[in-house]
Design a protein around this ligand. Structure first.
Ligand SMILES: Cc1ncc(COP(=O)(O)O)c(C=O)c1O
Length: 369
């Protein structure tokens, strides 16, 4: 397939996967076959390893995209004897609010602008001021802008205040370190198709095993009941409903590749290089990035569209696509932005190529070619 026919995805996921990950989906698996049960066990054990989690934690898979796991996490684990405080600085924090309300929780919002992170002292103050807050939700990397939220400092405050922390680590897990021995969370959700570099269709939640056990019967949903899914897997190695067999096989391969790369630290180092080339290159071409360097994640960056007659995002997108790159539309409230990801099976050479293509595209658009 030519590059233009299958563009490189500079997106937050689904993203460009390796040939071996795609290849892994060519085999059919019997969902009740011992080989597939072993594959599931391998994947879940490895996910716990990536989170540095010991025997007190479990990883529970859920069929579907990332939102399914966030909803399964809140619906199954969040205690109903109090409110949930959600720290929001983008659309995924807002989505967590919608999920929490949907499962019947009373929710309160601590919102800051999309380009800012929350003040830990203000979080401490809010928790002290409102004893009815039982749980706190936070998005690790807020993919709306690409901002990296300081989850560790929030976790300490939430833990010290005796509340439960729920982390949407969707676009961070696999590259941004998660150390379950230090990071006190009651649940952490992520999916296969972002920094793990698998394909979409499976997501998962990591949580303390005792918290899962006490949640028996709490989920308002049949299919998103993590406790029931875990109990079934323990009992006979089976998923409760048809598992996405090929996607689990692709994730197993992606996890092997992560280990071969040197684990999350090595992946993060590659993403950082990618991101630096991208952001410096784009700035060199006159594109402003929306976030300050101190809060910019190495996952995805938002850029302001040039306020000039020659620029129109749809044309910019199409031209880059014919050159072999698919980028992402903006999602920030300010409007007039677009996003470019630096994750997936892409390396610094890819990013250098991309910046060169942007330069050529800008020159052509300015000249009206
Ligand atoms: C931070 C974050 N949370 C949740 C999601 C889940 O979205 P989806 O259900 O589309 O996979 C995403 C996807 O981009 C995300 O970036």
């Amino acid at each position: 397939m030519s590059r233009a026919a299958e563009p490189i995805l500079l997106t937050p996921g689904p993203l460009t996967t390796s040939a071996a990950v795609k290849q892994a989906m060519l085999r059919d698996w019997g969902s009740r076959d011992p080989d597939f049960e072993a594959l599931t066990r391998f994947v879940l054990a490895e996910l716990l390893g990536i989170a540095n989690a010991g025997s007190g934690h479990v990883a529970v898979p859920i069929q579907g995209s990332g939102t399914y796991a966030v909803e399964a996490m809140i619906g199954t684990l969040a205690r109903r004897d109090g409110r949930m405080l959600v720290l929001t600085n983008g659309a995924y924090g807002q989505r967590m609010i919608a999920i929490a309300r949907g499962v019947g929780l009373d929710v309160t919002d601590y919102a800051v602008p999309e380009t800012q992170v929350h003040d830990p002292a203000e979080l401490r103050r809010r928790l002290a001021a409102d004893p009815s807050i039982r749980s706190v939700g936070v998005v690790h990397c807020e993919t709306t802008s690409g901002i990296l939220n300081p989850v560790e400092s929030f976790a300490d405050i939430v833990g010290e205040a005796g509340r439960d922390l729920y982390v949407d680590s969707m676009s961070a897990f696999g590259a941004i370190p998660v150390d379950a021995r230090r990071l006190r969370f009651a649940g952490l959700a992520a999916s296969a198709n972002k920094c793990l570099q698998g394909v979409p269709g499976i997501a998962f939640v990591i949580c303390p095993e005792d918290r899962l056990a006490e949640a028996k019967g709490r989920s308002p949903s049949l299919v998103l009941d993590l406790e029931a899914q875990h109990r079934q897997l323990l009992a006979d190695g089976q998923w409760r409903f048809t598992p996405p067999t090929h996607i689990v096989a692709a994730l197993a391969e992606a996890i092997r590749e992560l280990a071969a790369e040197g684990g999350p630290a090595a992946r993060l180092a590659r993403y950082r290089k990618n991101s630096r080339i991208l952001i410096e290159g784009m700035r060199g071409l006159g594109f402003d990035s929306l976030l300050a360097d101190e809060v910019q994640s190495p996952i995805i960056a938002s850029f302001a569209e040039p306020a000039a007659d020659w620029f129109a995002f749809p044309a910019f997108y199409e031209r880059l696509k014919t050159m072999g790159f698919a980028i992402y539309a903006g999602k920030m409230k300010v409007g007039g932005t677009f996003r470019v990801g630096s994750i997936g099976a892409v390396d610094p050479n890819t990013m250098t190529d991309f910046v060169a293509c942007v330069e050529r595209t800008v020159a052509a658009m300015k000249e009206g070619r």
